[in-house]
Design a protein around this ligand. Structure first.
Ligand code: GLU
Ligand code: ZN
Length: 293
């Protein structure tokens, strides 16, 4: 099976050192294994995505020596496929509408008898709307996954190749129910969600290896549940360490001082960026004249 990976930035800010590391690591792995590296633009959050950020990210990646074949998959153009996946899950009775506000969820979750557990998406949803009778699918509400119903009888496991959790990761159904809970799969304002879109797109792009930051490790169990429910293959995962600043703080997208564009303005070379994130110089694609233009 040909190694196929992707880099999936959200065009909501500049490409910073952490992104550059993720993209270069995935690209290096594809080049070394004679595989394929793809670009996906995760722009489902229309309130935050900007065309100029996408242009800047693309330009910075090219400058770094990262190359990908056309077409670039843009999530905003894939809504019909997310909708089809939601219809499938709805038809199985695994989704329910939720009209709770964030503050209602926090209040219910922190009621004395409940106790708050924090999952990958924040406080575990206390299940308020799950208990309501469901009619036809509404178009103006968020949709949540009924996790207990979803994981019944499923084996949730994936292969992890990253440094922190290497090996076969098995997630007990009860852990998903207790520590992840009924995640939102369609946001009211978006008609989809990060979890649903990433699963549909990894399958559509034939991804065999997902290379991404350690901050998404806890989200992966949700992605594997969705792959099982939708009959999609589970890729291997490589969650890499995060690039931190001198104080050990994770680099945020708004940390513009760490933006690749800022380093470029100061005269840094692609080789300098590789050295900064701890990657060996890569003669096969970084040394060529084109990447220095
Ligand atoms: N769009 C996500 C981000 O920028 C990455 C998602 C992924 O790699 O699965 O954090
Ligand atoms: Zn609700």
């Amino acid at each position: 099976m040909t190694f196929r990976t992707r880099f999936a930035p959200s065009p909501t800010g500049p490409l910073h050192l952490g992104h550059a590391y993720s993209a270069l690591l995935a690209h290096d792995m594809a080049v070394r294994s004679g595989g394929v590296f793809l670009l996906r633009i995760e722009d489902i959050d229309r309130s935050r995505a900007r065309a100029q950020w996408e242009a800047q990210i693309t330009d910075d990646l090219h400058w770094l020596g990262v190359r990908w074949p056309a077409p670039v998959l843009r999530q905003s153009e894939q809504m019909a496929r997310y909708e089809a996946a939601l219809e499938t899950l709805w038809a199985c009775g695994l989704l329910y509408p939720c009209t709770c506000k964030r503050r209602d969820i926090l209040a219910a979750a922190s009621a004395p008898q409940e106790g708050v557990t924090f999952g990958p998406d924040g406080p575990v949803y206390p299940g308020t709307c799950r208990r309501r009778p469901t009619g036809p699918r509404p178009r103006d509400a968020a949709l949540r996954l009924n996790m207990a119903a979803a994981v019944a009888g499923l084996e949730i496991a994936f292969d992890e190749e990253g440094p922190a959790h290497r090996g076969r990761i098995r997630v007990p159904a009860q852990a998903l129910i207790d520590t992840v809970g009924d995640v939102v799969l369609a946001r009211r304002d978006m008609g989809t969600s990060y979890h649903l879109s990433v699963v549909v797109d990894d399958a559509a792009q034939g991804i065999t290896h997902v290379v991404r930051g350690e901050d998404l490790f806890e989200a992966t169990q949700i992605h594997v549940v969705l792959q099982r429910l939708l009959g999609l293959p589970t890729p291997a995962y490589h969650h890499h360490g995060l690039i931190r600043d001198e104080a050990g703080k994770r680099l945020a997208k708004r940390d513009d001082a760490r933006a690749i564009a800022a380093f470029r303005t100061e005269g840094a070379t692609p080789a300098d960026i590789r050295a900064m994130v701890g990657l060996a110089p890569s003669a096969d694609h970084i040394g060529s004249a084109i990447t220095r233009s």
